[in-house]
Each structure stands twice: as structure tokens, then as C-alpha cells.
Write a protein that binds this ligand. Structure first.
Ligand code: PHE
Ligand code: ZN
Length: 853
């Protein structure tokens, strides 16, 4: 990495902590303006670090009222980032630190540390929020047992672990499992629970509670059901049992991220807990299931085994995402889930990997760790684990995971530890494989074919483009799953995994009767960009015949992408074969409707821009938008009869169920609706909008109307119906920003920002509008630069209050390098304006500096 400024922290500078913590006793006297936090902490010398050492305690924005060591008062002058106690004052074999600080949760707008959301106290400590609660060695390699007492005039007082007594205005909690401070949590408020229970495989009864604000308890059933299924799945698939008597989940409206895996007390953004058929879409339900599982799975991959330092973030996140993907696949459809995951990877991670923010799955330096909770750490981190499993095989993967849990339970670990477990379990040398953690950028894989007298030779050439700080790359190990199909569609070579290790490698398949069609990178076996000269006919053939569902989808996808790229760059017309391929897919009643719906989804404008850039073109957002709309219309015209048929056929009778089956039918039905709306002026969509008894159908209808420039009345009706529901209103904001016509995007966004319900301090609402606008590719990149200015203004406004959110949203600008000189200048002007702003947060400053290069 290029040095990102003077305060960058480097992996190579890691040093173990000289002082370890045995136990922590915390007492909270809650008050919005002045909460007092009393701490009693038992320190012991780290035997691995010889010599005398000062004690460094992190602390930020704390008012210290007193501190003592073994009862002896100390007169310390805090620095802005913490406190140093000189070694001379520290008894050699350990001591007890006591302190009292005061903090003001009601004034805390950062949503890190202890803050308030609508009268409720709530904490967020990952990555470095605990230091805003009290003085402490706030680093994940310091693990301790916590005992917490909460005093406050609120009905519900929660912390980690098991309950250890409660009375009027107080409660105590005891967490028997040593944990780093980032997993600490406290919640206090007027909350109600939706409860259940779970009995673990070895017979432990666990009380399950989902805590929400009164009125929301009717929207928790799906979250609870997902939790129970997650607990059972982790026992069955990974042999992991839950280890406390209670498991609490709290839903909070003001939360920067999705959710947080605090030990025994997960805290969730309410959008990933609350659901009812009328207010949540199928997608919302799927997200709830996935995120509930993700946080639960962290109990082992993250909490019992944690990270030594924040550079190792992917150790817990990549693995836990991989586990939640497996879970969702088991609960739903593996084929559909894989396609969805690859879509996410390509949309978010390939974009990141191909721009100025590219970084290793395990970064080597950072200024602000909050800026590294990225698609690369999470999604590419999960892909790396999927590759590892493919390379060693499912049984060896299971054996390696057993060894991982056995060897490292209770420890704070590194990627080296993780790789060593796989090497020891499989006796393979994984040193080259480690490059997936230490080299950034998406590898490109070029395939050429040679057919000669019954022998097919495939030659692969790989190339990893330079990324910031990494001009030269070494060859990656790439597992390529591959099969061969005969011209009649039969599979003559079932899936094999080729292991590429060199810059160029050839593989021969002999004794073939006829020239086969290769199906390459089945299941998307590696996170690479495959480059292949392939005829439209061959793609159509794979779309019709591939036995691998991912590659069947991919054939249609790459065809659509190329058709769109041609239309956008030279105004060509789509080939009839494209429509014919889709027609046979649409007519195939043996296919899962969810799969067909995905196959009908055209690549996003963003995806086409990225592809064109990769091909050496300068993408024109307006031309891409026009081409995509035109293809969508031509397709609707060509397939009108078939779409109409499917629209009726896919009606889901009876009461709403969020299960994969009915959700897939609705997905196909709504895809047909969006297409047909271009032909019928929105008549069907309006009918569906007013007749819908669930949010999936209602929102899809509204979206279909907005896409054809209609829907004013319905937008107003939707607003009136849902103005009291904050999660539904987020949809109202984001849909309008996302679907505004390009030349009106800025004015629509300005109007929305002036709406009384635009509560910009709420992260979900801010993301709905600003993120929605950034997702409106042609609108955001309107040549006037209006949207660039609008977004930059809002980032500057949010930054002093919530730097973490401002920094995350600034990634709207990360693709500037793809575009023409005019747009580049406009975006860089905005980035420079932000950079030049006095008092900018470390978070946003780092992002802007990296983007400017
Ligand atoms: N650790 C959380 C997760 O992935 C994400 C998170 C990071 C939440 C930082 C809050 C703050 O499950
Ligand atoms: Zn996570």
C-alpha cells in the first residue's frame, strides 16, 4: 500500500501486549448526559513479553474522575487517545486497576461506544468503540472474563453472558467466556421480548429472546425461527454447540452496519430483524435469515476463536460469510444462492478490487480500521475459503475445521494459524495459496482452445492487474472446475477441478469423438474474470444444455452483457438468438422459477460500465442506460406472450410464506411484470399495486411503474399508507432515488432530502437516499455533475456526526477512473473539496486520499 498518511498502522509492527487482563468488573450508572462507568480490572504480566513495560490504556472522549492501582490513587494526565501508567508504578506480578469515568451517551452521534437511540441505551464496540466507554487495552488479543452491573431506571437491562441477579433498577451479568472488549455489549430500555427456547445437542436449555420496542414484537417470528434453524445447523454441519444459558438479540433503529455478534447479546439493525408480510419483501426475509445466521455463527468463528489484530479481520468475517452462505444454500437452493452470491461479489467486490480502494483480503496497513469492513474482506474472504474447500475436498475441509476449533479455542489468531491448520490436516503445501490473502486485484484468466484429431487442448493464461502499492504480481493458484459437453448436449467430461499454478498452463483432453463445448469455471470456482472468445451460438448452446446451473446462468448472462456492450458502444441490434434462448428458458417448466427470474435479470448498468472499462473502452453511462432500456423493451416485445403466460401461472395463492418456493414464484412473476409494464402502460402493475397483500408484490409493482416513468399516484398512496413505518419509508426513499430518470435524478434527490421524513442522522435513511442515488448509475453520472456535488455536500454534512457512515458512503466515487475526462475532473473536484475541508474525520480523510491516489 502507498503510505496513506502519517498515522498509518502496519501489520509488520504488531507486538504482543505486555499486560493481560484476567477479569473485568464494570458498573454503569446510566444517565443520558452523564453516565458513570466504574471499572475494576485485574491485570497480569504477559509471560511471553519479558522486561518492564508501561501500561497503555486506550480511552477517547472520557472524563476521568479517579483512578487507582491496588487502591492507591493515581494522578494521571490522560492523552487524547488514552492513558499511560509508567512501569515504575506497576507491581511486577500483577495488580488491580480501578477507575471511574463519565460519558454522555445522548451526545454520542457516532453510534460507536455507548449511545442512545430513541430513549434506548445501546453499545457498538467493534472495532475500537470500547475505548469510548472506559480506559482499557482495547485490542482483540486481550481476552478477559467480564462481570457487569447496570443501574438505571429502565425495565430491561442487558449485557453479555448469563444473568447474575437483578432487582428494582439494577441487573448483573456474568460472562464466563473470556472475550476481547470489542464483543462487549450493553442495552437498556423499554423493550419487550419475543421469546423461545432451544435445547442443544448435549442437553443445555437455552432461553432465546428477541428484544424490540413495544409494538414491534409481532414482527419477530421469522428472526426467531431463523435463529433456531441456525443453532441446529451449526450443530449438525460444524459440530458447534451454543455455550450460554441465554441468547439475546436486540433490534435498534440507529445502527451503522447490519448487526453485531457481541457474546450472548447480538445487536441488530432493526431492518434485519423486523418483518411482516405487509412490510417486508422476500429479499428482506432472506436477509434476516442470512444475517441472524451470520451473527450466530460468529459465536464460534469470531468469539470463541477471535482475531489477534484487526489485520486478521477476514479470519472471522470471511469464514463466517462462507458459513452463512452454506447455511442459506441448505435452507433454500444452492444453485440460486450461488448465483446471488456471485452477483454480489461482482457488484461490490470486483468494483472495489478494480479501483483505487483495492486492498488485500488481509490488508497490511490502515489509518482507520472502520474503513476495512469491506466487500474484499467479507465476500472475497469467503470466496477464498470456498476455493480452499474445493482444493482439499469436503472431508479434508471438515477435518481441518475440527482441528481449528480444537487447537485454537479461546485464542486470538492469525491467517498463518488458519493456513497451518489446513496444512497439518491435509499435508499440502499452501504457501502459494496464501497469495489470495496477500495479493490484491481480480485475476484475469484468458482461455484459448485447440482441437486436433480427438484431442482438445485448453490453454489458460492468467494475469493480475496492478493495484495501489502492488505494481507487480505473482501467479495465483486458481481452481478451475470444468466439464465438456458433446454437441448433442450430453456431458462427455463430468466436472473436474484443474489446478492452475503458473502464468500459463495447458490441459489436454484426449480420445474425444467430436469437438466438445467446454463449460469452464463451473460454480464460479474462483473469483476471477474469465476472458473467452465465444460465439453467440456456443453461449446459446450452454444456456440450453449446461448441466452446471451456475454456468447455465452465466452463459445467458455473458451473452446479455456482450449484447448490451455492443448496443451501447456501436448502436448494434441484439441477435435473435438471444431472445430465442430466453424464450426456451422461460418455457422450461422443469426449471426453478427463482432461477428463471435470475436468468431474466439484465446485467446492471454498473456491470456493463465495468465490463466496458475492462475491455479498454470509456463507458458512457447515458448510452449504457439507453441500450439497457432498449434491450429490455425489445425483449418484452419479443417474449410478450410467454411473459404474460408466466405472469398468470406464477400467481401465488393462499397466505403469504417467505419460503424459497413461493418467493421464487413471486420473483419470476415480478420480473414478467416489469417487462410487460413497458408494453401495457403500467395497467397490470397498477392493478397488482392496489391488490397486493404483501410488500414483495406491492414494491415490485411500484418499481415497475417508476421504471416506465409512471407511478406518481401510487407513490403518494404508498407514502400515506406507510408513513408511520420507518423501514418501509426507507424503501420509499431509495426506490425513488434509484429509479429517477437520469436527467432528473439530482432534482428528485434534492426534493427527497427536503422531505420532512428525511431523517438524515439515521443511517438507514441516509443510505436509502444517498446510496439509492449512487446506485442510479446514469443519474449519478449525469454530465452536469449535479449528483456528485449533492453527494459530496451530504458527506460533508454527515462527517462531523457519523464519520464511519460518511466514509462508507464515499465509495460512491471509487469508480471515477473508468470515466471520461469531463466526469473525472468533476468527481476529483468534489473529492478535493472534501479533502480540503477543515476538521475532516480520519475515516473520510483516509478514503478520499486513497481515492485521489
Ligand atoms: N462484525 C459485524 C459482522 O460482520 C460487522 C460490524 C462491524 C458491525 C463493525 C458493527 C461494527 O457481523
Ligand atoms: Zn461478521
Amino acid at each position: 500500500m502507498k503510505d496513506a498518511g502519517p498515522q498509518a498502522i502496519h501489520l509488520s509492527d504488531y507486538a504482543p501486549p505486555p499486560w493481560l487482563v484476567e477479569t473485568v468488573h464494570l458498573t454503569f450508572r446510566l444517565d443520558p448526559q452523564s453516565t458513570r462507568v466504574l471499572s475494576r480490572i485485574r491485570f497480569r504480566r504477559n509471560p511471553a513479553v519479558p522486561g518492564d513495560h508501561d501500561l497503555w490504556l486506550d480511552g477517547e472522549k472520557l472524563t476521568l474522575t479517579r483512578a487507582a492501582i491496588d487502591g492507591q490513587p493515581l494522578d494521571l494526565v490522560p492523552e487524547s487517545t488514552g492513558l499511560r501508567v509508567p512501569a515504575a508504578l506497576l507491581p511486577a506480578d500483577g495488580f488491580e486497576w480501578t477507575a471511574e469515568v463519565s460519558i454522555a451517551p445522548a451526545e454520542n452521534t457516532t453510534l460507536m461506544g455507548l449511545y442512545m437511540s430513541k430513549g434506548m441505551y445501546c453499545t457498538q464496540c467493534e472495532a475500537e468503540g470500547f475505548r469510548k466507554i472506559t480506559y482499557y487495552p482495547d485490542r482483540p488479543d486481550v481476552m478477559a472474563r467480564f462481570h457487569v452491573r447496570i443501574e438505571g431506571d429502565l425495565p430491561v437491562l442487558l449485557s453479555n453472558g448469563n444473568p447474575a441477579g437483578s432487582g428494582d433498577g439494577w441487573a448483573e451479568w456474568e460472562d464466563p467466556w473470556p472475550k476481547p472488549s470489542y464483543l462487549f455489549a450493553l442495552v437498556a430500555g423499554d423493550l419487550v421480548a419475543h421469546s423461545g427456547s432451544f435445547t442443544t445437542a448435549s442437553g443445555r436449555d437455552v432461553a432465546l429472546n428477541i428484544w424490540v420496542r413495544p409494538g414491534d414484537e409481532t414482527k419477530c417470528a421469522y428472526a426467531l425461527d431463523s435463529l433456531i434453524r441456525s443453532m441446529r445447523w451449526d450443530e449438525e454441519v460444524y459440530g458447534r454447540e451454543y455455550d450460554l444459558d441465554v441468547f439475546n438479540i436486540v433490534a435498534v433503529d440507529d445502527f451503522n452496519m447490519g448487526a453485531m455478534e457481541n457474546k450472548g447479546l447480538n445487536i441488530f439493525n432493526s431492518r434485519y430483524v423486523l418483518a411482516s408480510p405487509e412490510t417486508a419483501t422476500d429479499q428482506d426475509y432472506e436477509n434476516i435469515e442470512r444475517i441472524i445466521a451470520h451473527e450466530y455463527f460468529h459465536n464460534w468463528t469470531g468469539n470463541r476463536i477471535t482475531c489477534r489484530d484487526w489485520f486478521q479481520l477476514c479470519l472471522k468475517e470471511g469464514l463466517t460469510v462462507y458459513r452463512d452462505q452454506q447455511f442459506s444454500g441448505d435452507m433454500r437452493s444452492h444453485a440460486v444462492k450461488r448465483i446471488e452470491d456471485v452477483l454480489t461479489l461482482r457488484t461490490r467486490q470486483f468494483r472495489e478490487d478494480g479501483g483505487p480502494l483495492a486492498h488485500n483480503v488481509r490488508p497490511e496497513s490502515y489509518v482507520e480500521i472502520n474503513n476495512f469492513y469491506t466487500a474484499t474482506v467479507y465476500e472475497k474472504g469467503a470466496e477464498v475459503i470456498g476455493m480452499l474447500r474445493r482444493l482439499v475436498g469436503a472431508d479434508a475441509y471438515d477435518a481441518a475445521l475440527r482441528l481449528y476449533f480444537e487447537r485454537h479455542d479461546g485464542q486470538a489468531c492469525t491467517i498463518e494459524d488458519w493456513i497451518a491448520v489446513f496444512e497439518d490436516a491435509t499435508h499440502r503445501d499452501l504457501s502459494q495459496f496464501k497469495r489470495w490473502y496477500t495479493q490484491a486485484g481480480t485475476p484475469r484468466l484468458r482461455v484459448s482452445e485447440d482441437w486436433d484429431d480427438g484431442t482438445l487442448t485448453l490453454t489458460f493464461r492468467q494475469w493480475v492487474p496492478p493495484t495501489p502499492g502492488q505494481p507487480l504480481k505473482e501467479a495465483m493458484p486458481i481452481p478451475v472446475a470444468l466439464g465438456l459437453l458433446a454437441p448433442d448436449g450430453t456431458e462427455v467430461q463430468p466436472t473436474v477441478v484443474l489446478e492452475l499454478t503458473d502464468p500459463e498452463q495447458s490441459f489436454r483432453f484426449e480420445g474425444l469423438a467430436e469437438r466438445p463445448v467446454p463449460s469452464i469455471l463451473r460454480g464460479f470456482s474462483a473469483p476471477v474474470i474469465l476472458e473467452r472468445d465465444q460465439s453467440v451460438e456456443e453461449r446459446a448452446f450452454l444456456l440450453a444444455h449446461d448441466t452446471d446451473p451456475f454456468n447455465r446462468w452465466e452463459a445467458g448472462r455473458s451473452l446479455a452483457r456482450d449484447v448490451l456492450a455492443d448496443m451501447a458502444t456501436n448502436g448494434s441490434e441484439p441477435p435473435q438468438l438471444f431472445f430465442d434462448g430466453l424464450r426456451s428458458l422461460l418455457g422450461d417448466r422443469t426449471l426453478d422459477p427463482a432461477f428463471v427470474a435470475l436468468a431474466l435479470r439484465l446485467p446492471s448498468e454498473e456491470a456493463i460500465a465495468e465490463h466496458l472499462h475492462g475491455q479498454g473502452h470509456t463507458p458512457d453511462p447515458a448510452a449504457i442506460h439507453t441500450a439497457r432500456r432498449r434491450l429490455s423493451l425489445l425483449r418484452a416485445q419479443d417474449l410478450a406472450a410467454d411473459l404474460g403466460c408466466r405472469y398468470h401461472e406464477m400467481m401465488v395463492p393462499g397466505p403469504y410464506s417467505p419460503d424459497a418456493g413461493p418467493a421464487g414464484r413471486r420473483a419470476l412473476r415480478n420480473a414478467a411484470l416489469a417487462a410487460l409494464s413497458q408494453l401495457d402502460g403500467g395497467a397490470r402493475a397498477a392493478e397488482q399495486f392496489y391488490g397486493a397483500d404483501n410488500m414483495t408484490e406491492q414494491l415490485a409493482a411500484l418499481s415497475a411503474l417508476l421504471e416506465i416513468g409512471a407511478g406518481e399516484t401510487e407513490l403518494a398512496a404508498f407514502h400515506d399508507r406507510w408513513k408511520g413505518d420507518r423501514l418501509v419509508m426507507d424503501k420509499w426513499f431509495s426506490l425513488q432515488a434509484m429509479l429517477a430518470p437520469p436527467d432528473r435524478a439530482a432534482s428528485v434527490a434534492r426534493t427527497l432530502a427536503g422531505h420532512p421524513a428525511f431523517d438524515w442522522k439515521n443511517p438507514n435513511r441516509f443510505r436509502a437516499l444517498i446510496g439509492g442515488l449512487a446506485a442510479n448509475a446514469a443519474g449519478f453520472h449525469d454530465p452536469s455533475g449535479d449528483c456528485y456535488r449533492f453527494v459530496a455536500d451530504w458527506l460533508l454534512r454527515l462527517d462531523p456526526l457519523n464519520p464511519q457512515m460518511a466514509a462508507r458512503m464515499s465509495t460512491a466515487f471509487e469508480t471515477w477512473g473508468r470515466y471520461d475526462g469531463g466526469r473525472q475532473t468533476l468527481i476529483r473536484q468534489e473529492l478535493s473539496r472534501i479533502e480540503a475541508t477543515e476538521g475532516l474525520s480520519r475515516d473520510l480523510r483516509e478514503m478520499v486520499m486513497r481515492m485521489l491516489g
